[in-house]
Design a protein around this ligand. Structure first.
Ligand code: FES
Length: 74
C-alpha cells in the first residue's frame, strides 16, 4: 500500500508547501490538473496572481508572517 500521507510545510514568510498525493478542488468540486506534480506551493499571503498557487509575490512584497506553532503541537 502506498504511503498516502500528505505533508504540509508552512514556509517562513512564504507559501504552504504541500507534498504527497494531492487533490486540489475549488468550492464547486472542479479539480486542478496536478498531473506530474509531486508537490505544490499554495499562496497564503493573498498577493499571488496565480492563486491558489504561490507565484513569488510574497517575497517581492516583503510579506512577513510568524510560522512557529504555539505550544507543543506535533
Ligand atoms: S505565498 Fe507566495 S505569493 Fe502568496
Amino acid at each position: 500500500m502506498a504511503d498516502e500521507t500528505v505533508c504540509i510545510t508552512v514556509r517562513p514568510n512564504g507559501p504552504l508547501r504541500v507534498e504527497g498525493h494531492i487533490v486540489l478542488k475549488d468550492a464547486d468540486g472542479r479539480e486542478w490538473d496536478l498531473t506530474g506534480k509531486p508537490a505544490i506551493s499554495l499562496c497564503r499571503c493573498g498577493l499571488s496572481e496565480k492563486r491558489p498557487f504561490c507565484d513569488g509575490a510574497h517575497a517581492r512584497n516583503n510579506w512577513l508572517c510568524e510560522t512557529v506553532p504555539p505550544g507543543n503541537l506535533t
